[in-house]
Each structure stands twice: as C-alpha cells, then as structure tokens.
Design a protein around this ligand. Structure first.
Ligand SMILES: Nc1ncnc2c1ncn2[C@@H]1O[C@H](COP(=O)(O)OP(=O)(O)OP(=O)(O)O)[C@@H](O)[C@H]1O
Ligand SMILES: [Mg+2]
Length: 586
C-alpha cells in the first residue's frame, strides 16, 4: 500500500511537490477532524467524574470551532493541490509512452503487445487517473485517523489500549492474505483484459472479412471467448476475497467486543475510572472505522499495483536509440555493409552489401518475401541490424537518433495509412507547420487537388480511419502529397502492387515524378517504367543480393533479372486509356 503510494509519487514528475503538499495538508485536515471527537470524549470523562466546569467547556468549544475552521481551510488547500493533478500526471505519462513507442523496434508491436499498450494507455492510466488522488487521500485519512486514535487510547489507559490494539496485527495478517489472493487473481484479470482489448481490435479490423465470408460463428467466437474470459475473471476477482474481507472486518468487531467485555470488567475491578470506562465504550464504535476502509480499498490497491506494473513494463521496453549520441550524416549516400537481419530466428537479410549514391534512383526487385520491404525498414531504423552496419552519409545509423534518421526520409508505404482526421491534417503530417499554400502546392503536384476540391468541405473533409472513405488511388496520391510536403532528401517508395485503373495509374506516376526530383530514391518497383529508369537495380532473392546493375547491364547477364523482365513483358497487359496506352501494374 505504502509502496503503491510511493510509485504514484514516482509517476508524478514535476507534480510531485503538489502531491507532497496535498499529502501533508490531508494529514493535518484529518487531525482537525478528530479533535471534536477527542474533545467530546474528554468532556464525557469530566461529566462522569464530576469535574465538569462551564469555563472549561467554553475553552473546549473554541478549540472545536478552531479545529472545524482549520479543517475547512486545510480541505481547500488539499483540493487546490489535488484538483486536476491526477489528470495532469496521467496526461504527462500518456505523452511519455507515446514518445517512447516511436523509439521501440517495430517487432515489439505484436497483436498481444498492441493489446497491452492499448490496455495501459486507455484503461490502466484512466484507472489511475480517476482513483489515484481519491485513493491517496483515503489512505492518508485512514492511517492518520488510526494513529491519532491509537495514540489517544494509549494516553487514556495503557491496559485498555493494548486490548483494543490487538485487532490491528490480526487484521494485518488477514490483509496480507487478501493482497496475495488479489495479486494472483488481479494478474489473471489483467491478462484477460489485454486479451479482450486485442480481441476487440482484431474483430473490428477484420470486420469486413468476417462479413464477406459470413463468419458468424468462427470470427465471432474468438471475440466472444475473450469477452467471456474477462467476465469470468472479473467476477472471480470480486468474489475470491469476499470471505477474507469479512474476516478482516470481523477482526475489528472482535476488537470492539473485547472493549465491551474488558471495559466493564476493569471498571468493576476498580482499575478503570468511570470517565475512562465511558470513553472506551464510545471509542469501541469509532476506533476501527478509518482502518476498516483499507479493507474496502484492498481490491483497488491491487488493481492499481497491477496497472503500475504494466506501465513500468512498457516504460522498460529497450529502445533502439538508448545511446545518447546523435551524429549528423555527411550527405545522403546509403551504404549496406555485410548486413544480416532476422525478425525472429531465421535470417531475412543475409550478408547484404550495396551502395546508393546521393540523388540517384535504386530499384529493388525480387519475388514476394525476398526482403525488399525489410531493407527499407532497416534504412528507416524501424529495426536494428544484427550483423554488419548501415551508414547514412558515412554515419552508422546506430549512432543516430531515430527521430533524426526519419527527418531525412520520406516514406510512401505499400499499404497507405491515413489518419481519422481531415485531409489537410493528413497531408500536413509531413510538415505540421506548413502553410495552406504549401499544402495546396504539394496536393497539386501529387494530383490530389482536383479530387479534394470536389468534396463539400474541401481540405477540411474528414477521412475515416485508414482512409476508408477514399479510393485506393486517392489514398496513394494523398500519401505522396504528404511526402512531397515533407521534402526530405531521401525518398523510400514501396510501390503498391495492386491493380489500379489506367487513369489513376498515370496520375500516380506523375505524382511520383514530382516527388523524386533531385532526391535519393529507393523504390520497390513494380512498374516497368520505374525499373527501367533506375540508376541501379538490386535483384534480391531469399534475402540475398543476386544481381546488381542497370537495366541494360542486367539484361545482358541473362540471369534472374532477364528472366524476371521477360516474364513481366509477357504478362504485361496493355490497356487503352482515354488518350494514352498505359502499362497496367504487374
Ligand atoms: N514483422 C515481421 N515479423 C516477422 N517476419 C516478417 C515480418 N515482416 C516480414 N517478415 C518476413 O520476412 C520476409 C521478407 O518480407 P518482406 O516484407 O521484406 O518481403 P517483400 O520482398 O517486401 O515482399 P512483397 O513483395 O510481398 O512485399 C518474409 O518471409 C516475411 O514473411
Ligand atoms: Mg513488401
């Protein structure tokens, strides 16, 4: 419990001081809240022992009024320090996690881990956001209340105090048991929650396939199972500690029973004055109230612990650029030196070496799965190579920060991703500070301006998640506009291999031509025209460099490329567009 409070303070960062003040004033507020009870008990003592004087009473009345005023004041101070602090602390944590995820190897983002991250950023952090401040003040109140009353009873009568305090260690033992149960079942519940979130994400992402294949049973079953599993584990978590929580409360009722038994016993034995006797009778019903609350909070404490564990897990993911160096590149030549790389066990890239000169076009060609996209992922440092090195302008990528590397690169992905935002913001993603004129200029170059203008809201039109309201060709051109706006010296273009109608095909080609002028271009080429224009073609097969040269050189080799070219030529399907003959993408 104290550990959890410490961990919340650990999260607080620059808000830590505010929390300390809230903590201190919460403690003082609680002392003031207990003063009237103590005054009433002392007055009861005076009345029963015949020492009651009105003048004393007036002084006590002032003490009570003073305590109430101070309590009110301290409460305002606590609210001042606490209000909004939980939201600010957690907001700060969300930003930190978001920042950190950009520097994590892409391999980390498996389905399970994506579920885990979603659980942390949404439910875990929200849970702490909503409950941490309340939780801290309740714990402070409980501990402060228990200490004040314990000290007070020790002052009244040490023998009776020892009897009343026996409930504490017993309750503590039960509390340890409750925590150990919650630890086990809390873990199961958290795992089921991650499963549920992954299940929902997968279900929503695959909804079109589920519908298309009418997978009512199968597609739904996985999702339904995760819902059921979470329901069962949440119920188990609630129920498992019920008998122990009852026992926890029973410890305090036993304490009260001991007071009710030993109070009269000691009184009649002459070891307790009537005043003290009455005081203990009143105390029996109040003494344990604050500490009983801790039992009620036990489940929340455990869940908070589990949430904090998961937050720490994400914060401890090893980062790609943990080394605190960021050497600048000297130019934009790209060099692969004996690079080997495996996503998991099996090598995907095998001892690969090649050079890309600044402002030239390099086309990557090879069968599906030969490692073309992987090479572009390595240049962008989405993953680190296991053997060899990649240099950008003579600087090893491992000596550069991920952010610096990607600032030199514009990527047009094979599968375009657009955000659930306006067209304007999707294009501006390449350069957030861009002016409207710059955006329109880029959109015109990328052949987007015309179709954007046709929307009622123009550039302010919202596009659904993943660009679901746009056609494939429109999405690609938007992503090219984004890259044109970024205007980075290196362009990585993973050409879409899917068929697009000839009109779109021509527009995309024009967009690409505007994008790559005077740039270092690495293109995973499917279009014959792009391949033919390349300064060098790297032919890959099974992660190895099979051939390298210009189109003409490679044709003369009569090797893999010549074979590949001939097959492409044969399967090429000429279609008639409005004015031009355009090669359909293979
Ligand atoms: N994230 C990943 N985790 C594990 N293996 C992967 C991952 N991405 C790709 N692979 C594997 O690495 C190999 C190379 O994949 P890559 O995507 O680089 O191929 P590609 O040449 O771009 O293929 P395509 O032409 O179909 O796009 C494949 O066997 C693929 O299954
Ligand atoms: Mg690919």
């Amino acid at each position: 419990m104290i550990k959890i409070i410490k961990r919340i303070f650990g999260l607080a960062g620059k808000y830590k001081k505010k929390l300390y003040w809230a903590f201190l004033f919460g403690f003082l507020e609680n002392i003031c809240a207990n003063i009237p009870v103590i005054v009433i008990l002392l007055t009861l003592n005076d009345i029963t022992t015949g020492q009651f004087f009105m003048s004393n009473m007036m002084n006590r009345l002032w003490v009570m009024v003073g305590a109430l005023l101070l309590q009110y004041l301290f409460n305002l101070i606590v609210s001042h320090f606490q209000s909004g602090t939980g939201f600010k602390i957690i907001g700060q944590q969300r930003f930190k996690i978001g920042e950190q995820l950009r520097r994590v190897p892409m391999g980390y983002f498996s389905d399970k881990n994506v579920g885990n991250i979603s659980a942390v950023v949404t439910s875990d952090l929200t849970f702490i956001e909503l409950y941490s401040m309340q939780f801290i003040s309740k714990i402070v109140n409980a501990i402060a209340g228990a200490i004040i009353i314990a000290v007070f009873v020790c002052f009244i009568d040490i023998q009776m105090a020892l009897i009343t305090l026996t409930a504490y260690p017993l309750a503590y033992l039960v509390y340890i048991k409750i925590q150990s149960l919650f630890k086990v079942f809390g873990g199961i519940r958290q795992e089921a929650q991650v499963d549920l979130i992954s299940g929902v994400l997968e279900y929503v992402h695959g909804l079109s396939v589920i519908k298309a294949f009418n997978m009512k049973g199968k597609g739904f079953k996985k999702f339904a199972d995760s819902v059921k599993r979470f329901e069962t584990s949440a119920l188990e978590f609630e129920m498992i500690a019920v008998p122990w929580l009852t026992l926890y409360n029973l410890c305090f009722q036993m304490g009260a029973a001991l007071i009710l038994y030993f109070g009269p016993y000691l009184y009649f034995a002459g070891e307790l004055t009537s005043g003290k006797f009455f005081m203990f009778m009143v105390i029996a019903f109040r003494m344990y109230l604050p500490i009983e609350i801790i039992g009620v909070l036990a489940g929340i404490i455990r869940l908070m612990g589990a949430c904090l564990d998961r937050i720490d897990e994400i914060k401890n993911i090893p980062l790609l650029d943990e080394k605190d160096v960021d050497k600048p590149p000297n130019g934009y030549d790209i060099e692969f030196k004996n690079v080997s790389f495996a996503y998991e066990q099996k090598d995907t890239i095998k001892n690969l070496s090649f050079n890309v000169k600044e402002k030239t076009i390099t086309a990557l060609v090879g069968p599906s799965g030969s490692g073309k996209t992987t090479i572009t992922n390595l240049i962008s440092r989405f993953w680190d190579v296991q053997k060899g090195e990649i240099n950008l302008g003579g600087t090893n990528l491992k000596d550069m920060k991920c952010d610096s590397i990607v600032s030199h690169i514009s990527i047009v992905f094979q599968n375009v991703y657009l955000f659930n935002d306006t067209i304007l913001n999707n294009i501006k993603f390449g350069k957030p500070q861009a002016t409207m004129e710059e955006v329109i200029k880029a959109a015109k170059k990328a052949e987007c301006h015309e179709f954007i203008k046709k929307f009622d809201n123009g550039y302010e039109t919202m596009i659904g998640e993943g660009g679901s309201t746009l056609s494939g060709g429109e999405k690609q051109r938007l992503s090219i506009a984004r890259a044109i706006l970024k205007d980075a010296p290196i362009i990585i273009l993973d050409e879409a291999s899917a068929s697009i109608d000839p009109e779109n095909e021509k527009k995309i080609q024009q967009a690409i031509n505007s994008l790559v002028k005077n740039k270092t271009l690495i293109v995973i080429a499917h279009r014959l025209s792009t391949i033919r224009n390349a300064d060098q073609i790297l032919v890959l097969a099974d992660g190895k460099l099979q051939e390298r040269g210009t189109h003409d050189e490679l044709l003369k080799n009569h090797g893999l490329y010549a074979d590949f070219w001939q097959r492409r030529q044969k399967t090429r399907d000429w279609r008639l567009s409005n004015k031009n003959l355009v090669a359909a993408p293979s």
